[in-house]
Design a protein around this ligand. Structure first.
Ligand SMILES: Nc1ncnc2c1ncn2[C@@H]1O[C@H](COP(=O)(O)OP(=O)(O)OP(=O)(O)O)[C@@H](O)[C@H]1O
Ligand SMILES: [Mg+2]
Length: 261
């Protein structure tokens, strides 16, 4: 279980997360939605330890990871996590096969003789075959995204944090990634946090959805609650309307009555 309590994170004067509390139970899928620049990636980077929160607790398997100072203990805990970077973040100097096997080498004790089989299996899961010797620069954008996902899946993590898993994919591939997320949940009891702008994905895979706006959660509920809520901010976002309480300003997002945003 991941339990985040009162998480705050600023970048100098930019107060991005103002006290976010949310939890995701084991074997469940939580999606996080919200406009660009509202702190979704910042939130999961805090969970994975790429960013240090200013305050708050991040409890994973009964341990507050913000309080762990022992590097070895932190590293062991992080081995349970897979993180799909928003940008994919493949290593350009490595082949596809080496990229996918990367986590096997550093995060698991899987013997090297098994890498080839596992790499092919994980690539097949994301609909790719026979591209192990290609370089990332030879792939299309959507293929890169799927190779990144195969790399995340290879060490069989207990928790997976997906940052925009379907961005850059065609609708059919996006749908199959949704089924993959559900399959991992059903067959392997994987716990997931999915950041997405893709509402059809959020509705399909989520046990709960949370919407971030102005550094706080505006709604945390089931897909059904999101479909039926009358909350004006949620409706504007989910229905994709330019007009509404969320104002797009050049520096980010501003909501009426909140000058701190
Ligand atoms: N390392 C950093 N240093 C300074 N500011 C940062 C850093 N990372 C993020 N920010 C700022 O924090 C805010 C939130 O960024 P974040 O990447 O979390 O947004 P997001 O919700 O993931 O947006 P998108 O949907 O566009 O990916 C932005 O104003 C961004 O400029
Ligand atoms: Mg982001």
């Amino acid at each position: 279980m991941i339990n985040v309590k009162n998480l705050k994170k600023s970048f100098e004067k930019n107060r991005v997360l103002k006290g976010v509390s949310i939890s995701v139970d084991e074997g469940k899928v939580l999606s996080i939605i919200g406009s660009s620049g509202t702190g979704k990636s910042t939130f999961i980077k805090c969970i994975i330890g790429l960013l240090k929160p200013d305050s708050g607790e991040i409890i994973v398997d009964d341990k507050d990871i913000t309080q762990i100072s022992d590097d070895y203990e932190l590293m062991e805990l992080r081995k349970n996590f897979g993180y799909l970077f928003q940008e994919g973040a493949l290593f350009d100097s490595m082949s596809v096969g080496e990229n996918v096997a990367f986590g096997l080498k550093y995060l698991t004790k899987v013997p090297k003789s098994e890498y080839k089989k596992i790499v092919a299996e994980k690539l097949a899961l994301v609909g790719l075959v026979g591209i192990e010797n290609m370089r990332p620069s030879e792939l299309s954008g959507g293929m890169k995204k799927r190779v990144s996902l195969a790399r995340v899946l290879a060490p069989s993590p207990k928790y997976i944090l997906y940052d925009e898993p379907t961005s850059g994919l065609d609708p059919i591939r996006a749908d199959s990634i949704g089924y993959l997320i559900l399959d991992l949940k059903k067959k392997l009891n994987v716990t997931s946090i999915v950041i997405t702008h893709d509402m059809s994905l959020a509705y399909k895979v989520s046990d709960k959805i949370a919407m971030l706006c102005g550094g706080n959660l505006v709604l945390h509920g089931t897909p059904k609650e999101f479909k039926t809520t009358k909350n004006a901010m949620v409706r504007q976002f989910v229905d994709g309307k330019r007009e509404g309480p969320i104002k797009l300003v050049p520096t980010g997002i501003k909501t009426e009555g909140d000058d701190n945003i």
